[in-house]
Write a protein that binds this ligand. Sequence first.
Ligand SMILES: [Zn+2]
Length: 62
Amino acid sequence: MIEHFFTCPNCMTRVSSTVDPDQRKQNFTEDCEYCNHPVSIRLEIEGVDILWFDAICCEEEV
Ligand SMILES: [Zn+2]
C-alpha cells in the first residue's frame, strides 16, 4: 500500500489515504480522518507512482 497525502476539499486539512498499487484506476469514497466528511477520490497509478489524484466533496458530485 502507498500512503498519499491530499487536502480534504471540505475542511482543507492535509490528510492521508492508503492506495492499493495493484489497481491502475481507482474511484472510491473515503471519510476524511479529520472532519469525517465523505470525500470522493479518483486516481490513476502506474507502478508505485500516482499519476494523478483527485479529491472532491461527495455532495458536490452528481
Ligand atoms: Zn476533512
